[in-house]
Design a protein around this ligand. Structure first.
Ligand code: NAD
Length: 294
Protein backbone atom coordinates (compact mmCIF):
# COMPACT_ATOMS: atom_id res chain seq x y z
CA UNK A 1 0.00 0.00 0.00
CA UNK A 2 1.29 3.45 -0.96
CA UNK A 3 0.18 6.75 0.55
CA UNK A 4 -0.91 8.94 -2.36
CA UNK A 5 -1.91 12.62 -2.19
CA UNK A 6 -4.41 13.55 -4.91
CA UNK A 7 -4.87 17.29 -5.57
CA UNK A 8 -7.74 18.25 -7.91
CA UNK A 9 -10.77 15.98 -7.49
CA UNK A 10 -12.94 17.21 -10.37
CA UNK A 11 -14.59 15.29 -13.21
CA UNK A 12 -11.38 13.37 -13.91
CA UNK A 13 -9.55 13.43 -10.56
CA UNK A 14 -12.34 11.93 -8.45
CA UNK A 15 -12.85 8.73 -10.47
CA UNK A 16 -9.07 8.37 -10.96
CA UNK A 17 -8.46 8.64 -7.21
CA UNK A 18 -11.33 6.19 -6.60
CA UNK A 19 -9.50 3.59 -8.71
CA UNK A 20 -6.36 4.09 -6.60
CA UNK A 21 -8.46 3.44 -3.46
CA UNK A 22 -9.88 0.28 -5.09
CA UNK A 23 -6.31 -0.85 -5.82
CA UNK A 24 -5.61 -0.74 -2.05
CA UNK A 25 -3.76 2.58 -1.75
CA UNK A 26 -4.26 5.10 1.06
CA UNK A 27 -5.41 8.23 -0.82
CA UNK A 28 -5.31 11.68 0.84
CA UNK A 29 -7.27 14.15 -1.28
CA UNK A 30 -7.80 17.87 -1.58
CA UNK A 31 -9.88 20.12 -3.84
CA UNK A 32 -11.12 23.69 -3.55
CA UNK A 33 -14.77 22.72 -4.18
CA UNK A 34 -16.73 21.30 -1.20
CA UNK A 35 -19.05 19.24 -3.43
CA UNK A 36 -16.05 17.46 -4.95
CA UNK A 37 -14.76 16.69 -1.45
CA UNK A 38 -18.14 15.14 -0.58
CA UNK A 39 -17.89 12.85 -3.62
CA UNK A 40 -14.30 12.04 -2.66
CA UNK A 41 -15.43 10.88 0.81
CA UNK A 42 -18.03 8.61 -0.85
CA UNK A 43 -15.18 7.21 -2.98
CA UNK A 44 -13.15 6.23 0.10
CA UNK A 45 -10.64 9.08 -0.17
CA UNK A 46 -9.40 10.66 3.09
CA UNK A 47 -10.21 14.36 2.68
CA UNK A 48 -7.55 16.74 4.00
CA UNK A 49 -7.87 20.39 5.07
CA UNK A 50 -5.47 21.71 2.42
CA UNK A 51 -2.94 20.62 -0.19
CA UNK A 52 0.03 20.88 2.19
CA UNK A 53 -1.67 18.54 4.70
CA UNK A 54 -2.45 16.07 1.89
CA UNK A 55 1.19 15.83 0.72
CA UNK A 56 2.87 15.76 4.15
CA UNK A 57 2.93 11.94 4.56
CA UNK A 58 2.64 11.00 0.90
CA UNK A 59 5.04 8.81 -1.08
CA UNK A 60 3.38 9.96 -4.32
CA UNK A 61 1.57 13.22 -5.16
CA UNK A 62 -0.79 13.35 -8.16
CA UNK A 63 -2.26 16.60 -9.49
CA UNK A 64 -5.27 16.82 -11.85
CA UNK A 65 -5.86 20.57 -12.25
CA UNK A 66 -7.36 22.86 -14.91
CA UNK A 67 -4.29 24.59 -16.43
CA UNK A 68 -0.55 25.31 -16.23
CA UNK A 69 -0.87 28.25 -13.86
CA UNK A 70 -2.71 26.08 -11.30
CA UNK A 71 -0.12 23.31 -11.50
CA UNK A 72 2.87 25.66 -11.12
CA UNK A 73 1.23 27.50 -8.21
CA UNK A 74 0.31 24.24 -6.40
CA UNK A 75 3.85 22.86 -6.95
CA UNK A 76 5.30 26.10 -5.54
CA UNK A 77 3.03 25.79 -2.48
CA UNK A 78 3.59 22.11 -1.69
CA UNK A 79 7.05 21.07 -2.96
CA UNK A 80 8.72 22.08 0.30
CA UNK A 81 6.10 20.21 2.40
CA UNK A 82 6.69 16.86 0.66
CA UNK A 83 9.00 14.08 1.81
CA UNK A 84 12.44 14.19 0.15
CA UNK A 85 12.45 11.70 -2.71
CA UNK A 86 8.66 11.65 -3.07
CA UNK A 87 7.30 11.22 -6.61
CA UNK A 88 5.20 14.02 -8.17
CA UNK A 89 2.93 13.10 -11.11
CA UNK A 90 0.99 15.81 -12.93
CA UNK A 91 -1.82 14.38 -15.08
CA UNK A 92 -3.46 17.71 -16.01
CA UNK A 93 -3.33 18.82 -19.65
CA UNK A 94 -1.07 21.90 -19.61
CA UNK A 95 1.41 23.79 -21.80
CA UNK A 96 4.87 22.30 -22.22
CA UNK A 97 6.62 25.34 -20.68
CA UNK A 98 4.58 25.12 -17.46
CA UNK A 99 5.20 21.35 -17.35
CA UNK A 100 8.95 21.93 -17.52
CA UNK A 101 8.65 24.65 -14.83
CA UNK A 102 6.82 22.17 -12.57
CA UNK A 103 9.58 19.58 -13.14
CA UNK A 104 12.21 22.22 -12.22
CA UNK A 105 10.38 23.12 -8.97
CA UNK A 106 10.22 19.43 -8.03
CA UNK A 107 13.86 18.78 -8.87
CA UNK A 108 15.00 21.78 -6.80
CA UNK A 109 13.07 20.37 -3.82
CA UNK A 110 14.74 16.94 -4.16
CA UNK A 111 11.65 15.23 -5.63
CA UNK A 112 11.13 12.92 -8.62
CA UNK A 113 8.62 14.13 -11.18
CA UNK A 114 6.67 12.94 -14.22
CA UNK A 115 4.24 14.80 -16.47
CA UNK A 116 1.57 12.24 -17.37
CA UNK A 117 -1.46 13.73 -19.13
CA UNK A 118 -4.23 11.37 -20.17
CA UNK A 119 -6.50 10.49 -23.03
CA UNK A 120 -9.80 8.67 -22.56
CA UNK A 121 -12.09 11.22 -20.88
CA UNK A 122 -14.32 10.76 -17.85
CA UNK A 123 -15.46 7.33 -19.12
CA UNK A 124 -11.85 6.13 -19.18
CA UNK A 125 -11.20 7.72 -15.78
CA UNK A 126 -14.10 5.75 -14.24
CA UNK A 127 -13.28 2.50 -16.02
CA UNK A 128 -9.54 2.73 -15.26
CA UNK A 129 -8.67 2.55 -18.95
CA UNK A 130 -6.93 5.91 -19.53
CA UNK A 131 -3.90 6.20 -21.80
CA UNK A 132 -1.09 7.96 -19.91
CA UNK A 133 1.63 9.80 -21.86
CA UNK A 134 4.59 10.26 -19.55
CA UNK A 135 7.60 12.57 -19.60
CA UNK A 136 10.48 12.40 -17.14
CA UNK A 137 13.63 10.48 -16.23
CA UNK A 138 13.77 6.68 -16.54
CA UNK A 139 14.02 6.45 -12.73
CA UNK A 140 10.91 8.61 -12.16
CA UNK A 141 8.96 6.74 -14.86
CA UNK A 142 9.85 3.34 -13.39
CA UNK A 143 8.33 4.45 -10.07
CA UNK A 144 5.32 6.12 -11.69
CA UNK A 145 4.25 3.22 -13.92
CA UNK A 146 2.91 0.85 -11.21
CA UNK A 147 1.09 3.76 -9.53
CA UNK A 148 -0.60 4.70 -12.82
CA UNK A 149 -1.58 1.10 -13.73
CA UNK A 150 -4.89 0.92 -11.74
CA UNK A 151 -6.08 4.02 -13.65
CA UNK A 152 -4.70 2.95 -17.03
CA UNK A 153 -5.34 0.94 -20.12
CA UNK A 154 -1.90 1.96 -21.42
CA UNK A 155 1.12 3.88 -20.10
CA UNK A 156 3.68 5.19 -22.62
CA UNK A 157 7.04 6.74 -21.68
CA UNK A 158 7.38 9.49 -24.31
CA UNK A 159 10.74 10.99 -23.26
CA UNK A 160 12.16 13.57 -20.88
CA UNK A 161 10.42 16.34 -18.91
CA UNK A 162 7.46 17.77 -20.89
CA UNK A 163 7.37 14.95 -23.47
CA UNK A 164 4.05 13.64 -22.14
CA UNK A 165 2.41 17.04 -22.60
CA UNK A 166 3.97 17.34 -26.06
CA UNK A 167 2.45 13.97 -27.06
CA UNK A 168 -0.96 14.92 -25.67
CA UNK A 169 -1.00 18.25 -27.52
CA UNK A 170 0.04 16.63 -30.84
CA UNK A 171 -2.55 13.84 -30.44
CA UNK A 172 -5.38 16.25 -29.72
CA UNK A 173 -4.40 18.49 -32.63
CA UNK A 174 -4.86 15.43 -34.88
CA UNK A 175 -8.22 14.77 -33.18
CA UNK A 176 -9.54 18.34 -33.65
CA UNK A 177 -8.48 18.42 -37.30
CA UNK A 178 -9.78 14.91 -38.08
CA UNK A 179 -13.18 15.57 -36.47
CA UNK A 180 -13.65 18.64 -38.66
CA UNK A 181 -12.58 16.59 -41.71
CA UNK A 182 -15.07 13.81 -40.96
CA UNK A 183 -17.86 16.31 -40.18
CA UNK A 184 -17.22 18.18 -43.45
CA UNK A 185 -17.46 14.92 -45.39
CA UNK A 186 -20.87 14.11 -43.83
CA UNK A 187 -22.13 17.64 -44.60
CA UNK A 188 -21.00 17.26 -48.22
CA UNK A 189 -22.58 13.77 -48.40
CA UNK A 190 -25.91 15.23 -47.19
CA UNK A 191 -25.81 17.84 -49.99
CA UNK A 192 -25.00 15.10 -52.51
CA UNK A 193 -27.93 12.93 -51.39
CA UNK A 194 -25.67 10.22 -49.93
CA UNK A 195 -26.94 8.56 -46.71
CA UNK A 196 -24.92 8.76 -43.49
CA UNK A 197 -24.79 4.97 -43.32
CA UNK A 198 -23.52 4.63 -46.90
CA UNK A 199 -20.66 7.10 -46.30
CA UNK A 200 -19.85 5.38 -43.00
CA UNK A 201 -19.85 1.88 -44.55
CA UNK A 202 -17.46 3.02 -47.30
CA UNK A 203 -15.14 5.38 -45.37
CA UNK A 204 -14.84 3.17 -42.27
CA UNK A 205 -13.27 0.46 -44.43
CA UNK A 206 -11.44 2.80 -46.83
CA UNK A 207 -8.65 5.35 -46.66
CA UNK A 208 -10.88 7.89 -44.86
CA UNK A 209 -10.97 5.60 -41.79
CA UNK A 210 -10.04 7.27 -38.47
CA UNK A 211 -11.10 7.38 -34.78
CA UNK A 212 -13.32 10.45 -35.31
CA UNK A 213 -15.32 8.38 -37.82
CA UNK A 214 -15.34 4.85 -36.41
CA UNK A 215 -15.53 5.50 -32.64
CA UNK A 216 -16.91 9.02 -32.40
CA UNK A 217 -18.99 9.39 -35.56
CA UNK A 218 -20.45 12.96 -35.58
CA UNK A 219 -23.83 11.92 -37.03
CA UNK A 220 -26.40 9.72 -35.22
CA UNK A 221 -26.84 6.13 -36.35
CA UNK A 222 -23.68 4.41 -37.55
CA UNK A 223 -21.91 4.31 -34.14
CA UNK A 224 -24.65 4.01 -31.46
CA UNK A 225 -22.35 5.01 -28.55
CA UNK A 226 -21.15 8.28 -30.11
CA UNK A 227 -22.37 11.59 -28.56
CA UNK A 228 -24.26 12.44 -31.79
CA UNK A 229 -26.86 9.88 -30.62
CA UNK A 230 -27.56 11.86 -27.41
CA UNK A 231 -27.79 15.35 -28.89
CA UNK A 232 -24.03 15.93 -28.52
CA UNK A 233 -23.96 15.64 -24.72
CA UNK A 234 -20.24 15.20 -23.85
CA UNK A 235 -18.10 13.12 -23.99
CA UNK A 236 -15.32 15.56 -24.58
CA UNK A 237 -16.56 19.13 -24.36
CA UNK A 238 -15.86 21.62 -27.16
CA UNK A 239 -14.37 23.98 -24.55
CA UNK A 240 -11.70 21.37 -23.68
CA UNK A 241 -10.97 20.76 -27.37
CA UNK A 242 -10.46 24.50 -27.82
CA UNK A 243 -8.15 24.57 -24.78
CA UNK A 244 -6.01 21.75 -26.23
CA UNK A 245 -5.94 23.29 -29.72
CA UNK A 246 -4.81 26.62 -28.24
CA UNK A 247 -2.02 24.75 -26.41
CA UNK A 248 -0.99 23.19 -29.74
CA UNK A 249 -0.80 26.62 -31.36
CA UNK A 250 1.20 28.13 -28.47
CA UNK A 251 3.59 25.19 -28.69
CA UNK A 252 3.83 25.48 -32.50
CA UNK A 253 4.64 29.17 -32.21
CA UNK A 254 7.28 28.72 -29.53
CA UNK A 255 8.87 25.75 -31.37
CA UNK A 256 8.64 27.30 -34.86
CA UNK A 257 6.42 24.55 -36.33
CA UNK A 258 4.04 25.28 -39.23
CA UNK A 259 0.55 23.90 -38.43
CA UNK A 260 -1.97 25.57 -40.78
CA UNK A 261 -4.73 22.98 -40.24
CA UNK A 262 -4.19 23.17 -36.46
CA UNK A 263 -4.59 26.95 -36.72
CA UNK A 264 -7.78 26.60 -38.77
CA UNK A 265 -9.23 24.02 -36.35
CA UNK A 266 -8.46 26.37 -33.43
CA UNK A 267 -10.32 29.16 -35.21
CA UNK A 268 -13.37 26.99 -36.01
CA UNK A 269 -13.61 25.63 -32.45
CA UNK A 270 -13.15 29.23 -31.18
CA UNK A 271 -16.19 30.33 -33.20
CA UNK A 272 -18.22 27.28 -32.10
CA UNK A 273 -17.39 28.04 -28.44
CA UNK A 274 -18.13 31.76 -28.88
CA UNK A 275 -21.63 30.82 -30.11
CA UNK A 276 -22.25 29.27 -26.68
CA UNK A 277 -21.53 25.59 -27.41
CA UNK A 278 -18.52 25.09 -25.13
CA UNK A 279 -20.47 22.55 -23.03
CA UNK A 280 -21.53 20.48 -26.04
CA UNK A 281 -19.47 17.56 -27.27
CA UNK A 282 -16.74 18.60 -29.70
CA UNK A 283 -18.30 16.45 -32.46
CA UNK A 284 -21.20 18.96 -32.41
CA UNK A 285 -18.97 21.11 -34.66
CA UNK A 286 -20.88 19.39 -37.51
CA UNK A 287 -23.91 21.59 -36.68
CA UNK A 288 -21.74 24.68 -37.05
CA UNK A 289 -20.42 23.42 -40.41
CA UNK A 290 -24.03 22.81 -41.59
CA UNK A 291 -24.85 26.36 -40.54
CA UNK A 292 -27.47 25.27 -37.96
CA UNK A 293 -25.53 25.80 -34.72
CA UNK A 294 -27.49 28.96 -33.81
P1 NAD B 1 -12.45 19.89 -13.45
O1 NAD B 1 -12.61 21.36 -13.57
O2 NAD B 1 -13.65 19.04 -13.29
O3 NAD B 1 -11.46 19.57 -12.21
C1 NAD B 1 -10.38 20.38 -11.84
C2 NAD B 1 -10.43 20.48 -10.31
O4 NAD B 1 -9.27 21.17 -9.85
C3 NAD B 1 -11.64 21.26 -9.81
O5 NAD B 1 -12.42 20.41 -8.98
C4 NAD B 1 -11.03 22.43 -9.04
O6 NAD B 1 -11.77 22.79 -7.89
C5 NAD B 1 -9.67 21.87 -8.67
N1 NAD B 1 -8.67 22.88 -8.35
C6 NAD B 1 -8.32 24.00 -9.04
N2 NAD B 1 -7.34 24.66 -8.40
C7 NAD B 1 -7.03 23.93 -7.28
C8 NAD B 1 -6.11 24.08 -6.22
N3 NAD B 1 -5.28 25.12 -6.15
N4 NAD B 1 -6.09 23.14 -5.25
C9 NAD B 1 -6.93 22.08 -5.28
N5 NAD B 1 -7.84 21.88 -6.27
C10 NAD B 1 -7.90 22.80 -7.25
O7 NAD B 1 -11.60 19.43 -14.71
P2 NAD B 1 -11.38 17.94 -15.26
O8 NAD B 1 -12.35 17.66 -16.35
O9 NAD B 1 -11.27 17.01 -14.10
O10 NAD B 1 -9.95 18.11 -15.96
C11 NAD B 1 -8.75 18.16 -15.22
C12 NAD B 1 -7.60 18.17 -16.20
O11 NAD B 1 -7.66 17.00 -17.02
C13 NAD B 1 -7.60 19.36 -17.16
O12 NAD B 1 -6.28 19.78 -17.35
C14 NAD B 1 -8.21 18.79 -18.43
O13 NAD B 1 -7.79 19.47 -19.60
C15 NAD B 1 -7.66 17.38 -18.39
N6 NAD B 1 -8.45 16.37 -19.13
C16 NAD B 1 -9.82 16.36 -19.04
C17 NAD B 1 -10.54 15.40 -19.75
C18 NAD B 1 -12.05 15.34 -19.67
O14 NAD B 1 -12.67 14.66 -20.49
N7 NAD B 1 -12.68 16.01 -18.70
C19 NAD B 1 -9.87 14.46 -20.55
C20 NAD B 1 -8.48 14.48 -20.59
C21 NAD B 1 -7.78 15.44 -19.87
Amino acid sequence: MTTIAFIGLGNMGNPMAANLVKAGHDVHGFDLMPENLATARENGITVMANAAAAVKDADVVITMLPAGKHVVSVYEDIAAQARKGALFIDSSTIDVDSARKAHAIAEKAGLLSVDAPVSGGTGGASAGTLTFMAGGSAKAFAQAEPILQPMAGKVVHCGDAGAGQAAKICNNMILGISMIGVAEAFVLAEKLGLSHQALFDVASTSSGQCWSLTTYCPVPGPVPASPANRDYKPGFAAALMLKDLKLSQEAAQSAGAVTPLGAEATQLYGLYNAMGHGDADFSGIIKFLRGDAA
